[in-house]
Design a protein around this ligand. Structure first.
Ligand code: IMP
Ligand code: MG
Length: 178
C-alpha cells in the first residue's frame, strides 16, 4: 500500500489517478447531456483547480465560459470571522446559468454560503457539480446535481485537496490512515 506523510500524518491511497480520470469522464458526460444553455462554470478555489481544468477540456456545450471564485471572511481590512464575500466575480452574471465546480462537499456549509452569495447576483440558475461528496457529513437540503464519487467520512488529500495547504499536487487522492 502506497503511503505518504504530510505534516507528520500518514495517508494511504484511496482513489488512484486512473479512477479519478474515469470519474471526471463520467461526470462530464452527465453535464454535457444536461443541455444547460451557455453555462458559466465557476470553480471554487483553491481545491477545485485541477478538477475544473480536467472537466473543462471535456465540455462540449456551446458558449461555455469558466471563471473562478474564492471565499473570503474579510470585509475591508477586518476579518468578520465568517465567510461572507466572493472574490473573483467581476463581470455581470445576472440571468446566467451557473455550474459550480467543487472539489468536495462535506457538511455543505460552504456550498450554502456560495449559493446564497451567487443568488444575490440574480443568476438564472445554479447547478452543482462536485468531484467528491461525504453523504454522512452532509447537513443541508441543497440538491447536488452532479456527484463524481460519494466517499466515507474520511479526511482526504491530493488532486487539489489539501491538508493545511500541502498535498494539492498529488496525482492520486489519499485518505488519512487510522
Ligand atoms: P463543507 O464542510 O462542505 O463546508 O466543506 C468545507 C471545505 O472543507 C471544502 O470546500 C474543502 O475545502 C474542505 N474539506 C472538506 N473535507 C475535506 C477533506 O476530506 N480534505 C480536504 N479538505 C476538505
Ligand atoms: Mg474547497
Amino acid at each position: 500500500m502506497e503511503t505518504i506523510t504530510l505534516h507528520n500524518k500518514t495517508f494511504e491511497v484511496s482513489i488512484y489517478d486512473t479512477e479519478i480520470a474515469e470519474i471526471v469522464t463520467e461526470i462530464t458526460k452527465a453535464i454535457n447531456d444536461s443541455h444547460i444553455e451557455s453555462p458559466i462554470f465557476i470553480g471554487v478555489l483553491n481545491g477545485s483547480f485541477l478538477f475544473a481544468a480536467d472537466v473543462m477540456r471535456k465540455i462540449i456545450i456551446p458558449n461555455s465560459e469558466i471563471s473562478f471564485i474564492k471565499l473570503s471572511s474579510y470585509s475591508g481590512t477586518k476579518s468578520t470571522g465568517n465567510v461572507n464575500k466572493l472574490i473573483g466575480i467581476n463581470g455581470d452574471i445576472s440571468g446566467r446559468n451557473i455550474i459550480l465546480l467543487e472539489d468536495i462537499i462535506d457538511t455543505g456549509v460552504t456550498l450554502e454560503k456560495i449559493i446564497e452569495l451567487l443568488q444575490k447576483e440574480n443568476v438564472h440558475d445554479i447547478k452543482v457539480a462536485t468531484l467528491l461528496f461525504k453523504p454522512e457529513a452532509y447537513t443541508k437540503n441543497i440538491k447536488i446535481d452532479f456527484i463524481g464519487k460519494s466517499i466515507a467520512n474520511d479526511f482526504v488529500v491530493g488532486y487539489g485537496l489539501d491538508y493545511n495547504e500541502i498535498g494539492r499536487n498529488l496525482p492520486h487522492i489519499y485518505k488519512l490512515k487510522e
